[in-house]
Design a protein around this ligand. Structure first.
Ligand code: PLP
Length: 394
């Protein structure tokens, strides 16, 4: 069967690929310490599970809902966004879909014509560039200064702005670096976007996962003008430990949202009804579990950051949010006799049974991404095994 040129151009997700390799080793009975995962290791909180069971048993979850999500869920998204960040949206400015990943996909489908450019700060979450390309757009990657957590400035953005620039992706807190933009940095970026009429795609999915006194400011809160220029992407996967339920959402301009709904209506129809009931409870129910999980992540970050600094040739600034560390291991590669990071990552998995992700999927060639969404004991042991691996190679 001859498949499409579109799919031949597409790269598989590096993070999912690493996870699959780790799983294969685990199936052979090997105890793999998996720091490759992009999902919380907690079970979904019980009140959320109960709401889903109730909706199944009562029959409420048996039917299609409105494509953009049932009314109660749209209201829940609006009230959670208002309570958390003080910004207000109307129901026709919200769409709920099958995970934030699919929401981004229908956004690019609705937004981009062939050759339209989307500016993406590098390192970036693996799917942004690939999704833009599937939708006939051109990803334009721009790298900030590493000593400023790779954050991009308006000067960096001006250099790559053209009359084809349609959107800019802002992911703060960032996957993979954990960096958070300050209100001052965001204000400048917001003004730049307004000046050039560039849509800000604010992927705020890690907004509740910030640590050690750092604060997340959503760019849409800075002014009415900037809010109008922004589409907010969010979801329940990361903050409510609900990756498997597949519920994400967007808030923004009603005309754009209605076009995204049109695409979803021909692609998936509504997101799973049972997951919608779970998400209503997540967004409107008791929020204590969110804070409990955040505190656990904070402790894990502090331990792993400290231990990472014990590995010869590893450099890292402390991440502020999300649940990843993105150290520069170039010196370590040299010490170990490697000329590329991907071989080092593959050997680390094969020989030391620790799964991490190569920075190459995130756009840089001398970094690795480690996730601390796993228990302290695993993290501690993984650090021991990485140190032993590096010492053996030297
Ligand atoms: N955005 C970022 C930055 C992510 O890291 C992820 C998941 O890894 C997503 C969006 C998608 O999340 P989901 O599709 O689970 O809602």
């Amino acid at each position: 069967m001859k498949v499409s040129n579109r799919v031949l151009k597409l790269k598989p997700s590096t993070t999912l690929e690493t996870a699959a390799k780790a799983k294969k080793l685990a199936e052979k009975g090997i105890n793999v310490l998996n720091l490759a995962l992009g999902e919380p290791d907690f079970n979904t909180p019980e009140n959320i599970q109960d709401a889903a069971v109730k909706a199944i048993k009562s029959g409420e979850a048996s039917f299609y809902t409105a494509v953009s999500g049932q009314k109660k869920l749209i209201e829940a998204v609006i009230s959670r966004t208002k309570e958390d960040y003080g910004i207000e949206y109307e129901p026709n400015q919200v769409v709920v879909g099958t995970g934030a990943k699919f929401i981004l996909f229908i956004l690019f489908q609705a937004l981009l014509n062939e050759g339209d450019e989307v500016i993406i700060p590098s390192p970036y979450w693996v799917s942004y560039g690939e999704q833009v390309e599937i939708c006939d757009g051109i990803p334009v990657f721009v790298e900030g200064i590493e000593s400023n957590h790779f954050k991009v400035t308006v000067e960096d953005l001006e250099k790559v702005t053209t009359n084809k620039t349609k959107a800019f992706i802002l992911n703060s807190p960032c996957n993979p670096t954990g960096a958070i933009y300050t209100p001052e940095e965001l204000e400048k970026i917001g003004k730049w976007a307004v000046k050039h009429n560039i849509l800000i795609v604010a992927d705020d999915i890690y907004g509740k996962l910030v640590y050690n006194g750092n604060v997340f400011t959503p760019i849409a809160t800075l002014s009415e003008e900037i809010k109008k220029q922004t589409i907010v992407i969010n979801g329940v996967s990361k903050s409510y430990a609900m990756t498997g339920w597949r519920i994400g959402y967007a808030l923004g301009d009603e005309k754009l949202i209605s076009q995204m709904v049109k695409i979803a209506s021909q692609a998936t129809s509504n997101p799973s009804a049972v997951s919608q009931y779970a998400a209503i409870e997540a967004l409107t129910g008791n929020q204590e579990q969110v804070e409990k999980m955040r505190l656990v992540f904070e402790e894990r970050l502090n331990l792993t950051y400290k231990r990472l600094n014990e590995i010869p040739g590893v450099k890292i600034d402390k991440p502020q949010g999300a649940f990843y560390l993105y150290p520069d291991i170039s010196e370590c590669l040299e010490l170990c006799g490697y000329d590329n990071v991907t071989d080092w990552v593959n050997d680390l998995l094969e020989e030391a049974h620790v799964a991490v992700v190569t920075g190459e999927g995130f756009g840089t060639s001398k970094h690795i991404r480690l996730s601390y969404a796993t228990d302290l004991e695993t993290l501690d042991l993984a650090m021991d095994q990485i140190i032993a691996f590096v010492n053996k190679k030297q």
